[in-house]
Write a protein that binds this ligand. Structure first.
Ligand SMILES: CC(C)(COP(=O)(O)OP(=O)(O)OC[C@H]1O[C@@H](n2cnc3c(N)ncnc32)[C@H](O)[C@@H]1OP(=O)(O)O)[C@@H](O)C(=O)NCCC(=O)NCCS
Length: 166
């Protein structure tokens, strides 16, 4: 392994604080509590991924399988540190974490209308996979966030029946 290689793995509890610090630098992501990242690094570790380089956490993606829909994987946050952006790492994280799952037919995520990078990422993944992307308003600015957050659009990618073309 070369020294600058970016290595992907499931997170452990000891990653929680570094994940918090990374997300804190990745605007416009909402920063959640330390406690929440510790839950993701433990109970949800198998559906999350950290990327490390020189022993430091440089990127993170979190997700879970919908409790009522075991064929649907929800991608929660994707955070790639500025120094390692533009190298396909976000796509690599999502493909890696999906490769650890079985029986996934749909990918869900939510994106605010103005997050161009996130839209580009998921459109690019849908293209790579040969999946159909659709979207609709989900958590609404007024009725759900009480005006304190802009509307989150639910993005669904239906994967082709023969599996993803990674
Ligand atoms: C969004 C983010 C995760 C992208 O990480 P990355 O590793 O640089 O992304 P990739 O290199 O894998 O690029 C994936 C695709 O998105 C596109 N893309 C990435 N950043 C972009 C940007 N700022 N503007 C427009 N397109 C962008 C790339 O061109 C690529 O598309 P292509 O495959 O058609 O060429 C990263 O910029 C980030 O962490 N941003 C802050 C947090 C955030 O907004 N997260 C939401 C993501 S769900």
């Amino acid at each position: 392994m070369s020294r600058n290689e970016v290595v992907l793995r499931c997170p452990v509890l000891e990653d929680g604080a570094a994940v918090f610090d990374l997300v804190d630098t990745c605007k416009p992501l909402d920063l959640n509590s330390h406690y929440m990242y510790l839950l993701q690094c433990s109970h949800f570790s198998s559906t999350c991924v950290v990327a490390s380089q020189y022993g430091q956490v440089v990127a993170w993606a979190s997700g879970y399988i919908l409790p009522q829909h075991p064929d649907t994987f929800f991608v929660w946050q994707v955070a790639v540190g500025e120094a390692v952006r533009g190298q396909g790492l976000a796509k690599r994280l999502i493909n890696w974490v999906l490769a650890q799952q079985r029986g996934i037919q749909k990918i869900h995520t939510s994106i605010t209308p103005d997050n161009a990078a996130s839209w580009a990422l998921f459109k690019s993944l849908a293209r790579d996979w040969g999946g159909d992307l659709s979207s609709w308003d989900w958590f609404e600015q007024q009725s759900h966030f009480g005006g304190r957050h802009c509307t989150e659009v639910l993005v669904e990618i239906v994967l082709p029946t023969q599996g993803v073309q990674q």
